[in-house]
Design a protein around this ligand. Structure first.
Ligand code: ADP
Ligand code: ADP
Ligand code: MG
Length: 488
């Protein structure tokens, strides 16, 4: 490929273009009226205006994007995540236009886009699944029977759901009918598909997912796990690789199961197989995401691989030159999604202008960012500003670097998840690895954010005193011991 268009915006558009540039490939950005001066537009070699700010008038206009791409000789389209990335029809049309779609085959997207079709596809592969039914259900009486068999609490899920949406927990039979009706109408309006099904609600699960990668020559590999249990609204905020708790045996089993899931749908390219892990380290298949995942950088840091480069090479028909046995986990990586949200107010989006915006840097610190100082945060899209990713030889070192990086990440003008991140990374449950998907509900109280910042203020004051005393020492007589005594 010589010219790649990224049908996306923000950090992921830049992330993809960075690798394309490294590979000597020309880059094309698309933008809406809200993104005229966005960094991803300036970063690209060329940029195409698509339409008005709402995504259904711009970033979701597949046909228009393909038309414009053809006009300027684009030979590859990378969809990023969100928007058109899991739209099988778009993938098909891109290919039909003679352009490489940098992602899986439309058929795999279709199967895995439906949680029910996904379960059906992997059925014969002996993959453990959450107890439940594997078909859409509308009949309340039937639902009652099934729920009684499974045992409450149960979870009603939208088959076409995504992004943490379309799920309802039902604690007892009394609530089943009303919750089911709500779930069906929500699924219909949000995903255009009212199919819902029932799963056992696992009470204390960890979200563990496996990165897979497959070429067009029959090789399918797994690149170990990511732990994404720290969530709000069933959506990830903090991720890490490897998981703090997975045993090598379970890791291997999950990796093999993920490869089977990928093979079940003839998967090509980078994908993620999501599982829940219970307290006994039993794992259950949840779903497969047929795209580059938001949290892919933590996998890149522990494997040394560039996932976007692999995606591009695979789309060009190149074989994977890596062997499963040769893959090793090296070090530890943690990621914080920096959202423009107010963690003190139910994580509601925080709109405004980035009056101050300074990114942290330093050894082991990577920021995949899509914003800059002075920019307004558009209300039309996902409010993620950046991903802060830290690497270390050990988990403790990665966490330590993360805490420092959060402290030197300066944002004024909007509220962000940075203080929340600090809360989590300094929390004993996180630090010891003893947590599940209920971390936020169990431990997080917004009042605690002020405590964390008071603590950092105290720490900052101590550092200032120490620095002052050190300067004094340089100026006056050496006075050993004084700095320690005062700093403690
Ligand atoms: P990941 O699974 O990659 O960690 P998320 O589940 O947070 O990430 O989703 C990634 C992006 O895609 C987010 O911007 C989210 O809003 C969007 N997204 C995911 N699934 C859907 C869906 N079914 N409908 C609409 N948006 C979705
Ligand atoms: P989405 O498509 O929205 O990403 P998932 O099926 O991947 O939906 O589930 C998202 C999150 O919801 C999981 O990471 C987990 O926290 C929670 N969840 C999903 N299914 C269950 C379940 N059966 N029991 C408990 N929690 C669940
Ligand atoms: Mg999921």
């Amino acid at each position: 490929m010589k010219k790649i268009l990224v049908s996306n915006r923000g950090e992921i558009a830049i992330r993809v273009m960075r690798t394309a540039k490294k590979m000597g490939i020309k880059t094309v950005a698309i933008y809406s009226a809200a993104d005229r001066s966005a960094p991803h537009v300036r970063y690209a070699d060329e940029a195409i205006f698509i339409g008005e700010a709402p995504s259904n008038q711009s970033y979701l206009l597949g046909d228009k994007i393909i038309q414009e791409a053809l006009k300027i000789g684009v030979d590859g389209i990378h969809p990023g995540y969100g928007f058109l990335s899991e739209n099988a029809e778009f993938a098909r049309k891109v290919t039909e236009a003679g352009i490489h779609f940098i992602g899986p085959n439309p058929a795999s997207i279709e199967i895995m886009g439906s949680k029910l079709a996904a379960k059906e596809a992997v059925k014969t592969y002996n993959i453990p699944m959450v107890p439940g039914i594997d078909e859409a259900i509308t009949d309340i009486d039937k639902a009652k029977t099934i729920a009684n068999e499974i045992g409450y609490p149960i979870l009603i899920k939208a088959s076409a759901g995504g992004g943490g949406k379309g799920m309802r927990i039902v604690e007892s039979e009394a609530d089943l009918a009303s919750q089911m009706q709500r779930a069906i109408s929500e699924a219909t309006s949000a995903f255009g598909d009212g199919s819902v099904f029932i799963e056992k609600y696992i009470s204390s699960p960890r979200h563990i997912e496996i990165q897979v990668i497959a070429d067009t020559h029959g090789t399918t590999l797994h690149l170990f796990e990511r732990e994404c249990s720290v969530q709000r609204r069933h959506q990830k905020v903090i991720e890490e690789a490897p998981s703090a708790v997975l045993t090598p045996t379970v890791r291997k089993k999950m990796g093999e199961a993920a490869v089977k899931v990928a093979k079940a749908c003839d998967y090509i390219g980078a994908g993620t197989v999501e599982f829940l892990l219970d307290e006994q380290q039993n794992f259950y298949f949840l779903e497969m995401n047929t795209r580059l995942q938001v949290e892919h950088p933590v996998t890149e840091l522990i494997t040394g691989l560039d996932l976007v480069e692999l995606q591009i090479r695979i789309a060009q028909g190149e074989p994977l030159r890596i062997k499963q046995e040769a893959l090793k986990i090296k070090g530890h990586a943690v990621e914080l999604r920096v959202y423009a949200e107010d963690p003190a107010n139910d994580f509601l989006p925080s709109v405004g202008t980035l009056e101050t915006y300074h990114l942290p840097s330093g050894e082991g610190v990577r920021v995949d960012n899509g914003f800059e100082e002075g920019m307004e945060i558009p209300i039309y899209y996902d409010p993620m500003l950046a991903k802060l990713i830290c690497y270390g030889d050990s988990r403790a070192e990665a966490i330590d670097r993360m805490i420092r990086a959060i402290d030197s990440y300066e944002v004024k003008g909007v509220k962000t998840t940075l203080p929340f991140g600090k809360f989590v990374f300094t929390h004993p449950a996180f630090q010891t690895g003893d947590f599940d998907t209920h971390f936020v509900k169990k431990y997080y109280r917004p009042e605690q954010l002020t405590k964390v910042s008071e603590k950092s203020a105290k720490l900052a004051a101590l550092i200032a005193v120490k620095k002052y005393l050190e300067d004094q020492q340089q100026l006056s007589l050496p006075n050993h011991g004084i700095e320690d005594k005062n700093a403690e």
